[in-house]
Design a protein around this ligand. Structure first.
Ligand SMILES: Nc1ncnc2c1ncn2[C@@H]1O[C@H](COP(=O)(O)OP(=O)(O)OP(=O)(O)O)[C@@H](O)[C@H]1O
Length: 259
């Protein structure tokens, strides 16, 4: 579904001493339709920039991105806007994804109304169905984000994207702001709805255990480049590069406590 070719994003910062950051540097990537593709690597390696490039939330310095056969780097604003509801993203922190001034229900319904995808009289049934899928109790819909837990806010974010029935979901560290128990519940939820609706998912995480649980394939980034990719089981059980071996060793090494 996604085909990324020679994609780069370079940032220049500083006024006197200009510094070039190659956030994404010549990346090639293919994500099959309906699969869950993991993207991992240490902080600052370029994962979020790659996600933002794929959704064209930032403009590339070079390269092309094709989604479902459309080169989205060449689309005009209007054509891109028509596709926006199909390509959704979940960010790390649900608190910043929801308006603090709106009850959950209004935040959830906003994109559906904006894109006018359904008739007004069908909205309540859609809301109810999506709440059920995301396991968000409807009794919370009148509350504001600060009146519910982080996990419930993330469920509201998931309910909102479900109303649009996306064909592509990018989940950028969707559980890293949540406590461990809630993390597991949200991962299980994402896995279940992905299976049910069969959308393509790009799952970004530092957590290799989460990657192992969620993904069919995985790519490891370092300094803006993909240094290893393949079937998730193969990369996590027999990484080829010394860098990936170290990442895997650290991720699965049991904690040792001082006696
Ligand atoms: N707008 C920007 N201007 C300048 N540099 C940027 C900008 N956005 C990101 N960068 C730099 O690009 C590099 C990649 O950043 P990015 O956020 O994509 O990394 P990441 O792998 O997602 O990190 P994390 O896991 O911590 O979220 C970093 O060195 C970052 O400082």
């Amino acid at each position: 579904m996604i085909n990324v070719r020679h994609l780069s994003k370079h940032y220049t910062s500083g006024i006197v001493n200009k510094r070039l950051t190659r956030a994404v540097d010549g990346v090639n990537l293919s994500v099959p339709k309906g699969s869950v593709f993991g993207l991992t690597g240490e902080s600052g390696c370029g994962k979020t920039t790659l996600a933002m490039l794929i959704l064209r939330l930032v403009e590339p310095t070079a390269g092309s991105i094709t989604i479902d056969g459309k080169d989205i780097t060449r689309l005009g604003k209007r054509a891109l806007n028509r596709l926006r509801p199909d390509y959704q993203i979940i960010w790390q922190n649900p608190d910043t994804s929801l308006s603090p001034r709106l009850p959950l229900k209004d935040s959830i319904m906003e994109p559906l109304r904006y894109y006018a995808r359904v008739r007004r009289k069908d909205e309540a049934a859609i809301l109810s169905r999506c709440c059920k899928m995301a396991e968000l109790p409807e009794s919370l819909l009148g509350r504001y984000p600060h009146e519910v837990s982080g996990g419930e806010n993330q469920r509201a974010v998931i309910t909102r994207l479900l109303t649009l029935r996306p064909t592509l979901l990018i989940a950028d560290e969707p559980t890293s702001s949540l406590d461990v128990l809630v993390q597991a519940q949200i991962l299980e939820l994402l896995k279940r709805i992905q299976k049910q609706l069969a959308f393509t998912m790009l799952f970004i995480s530092h957590d290799l255990q989460a990657i192992g649980f969620m993904c069919d394939r995985v790519a490891v980034m370092r300094n803006g480049k993909i240094i290893e990719s393949g079937a998730c089981g193969q990369v996590l059980s027999a990484p080829r590069t010394p860098y990936c071996r170290e990442l895997v060793d650290n991720a699965f090494r049991p904690w040792r406590f001082a006696s």
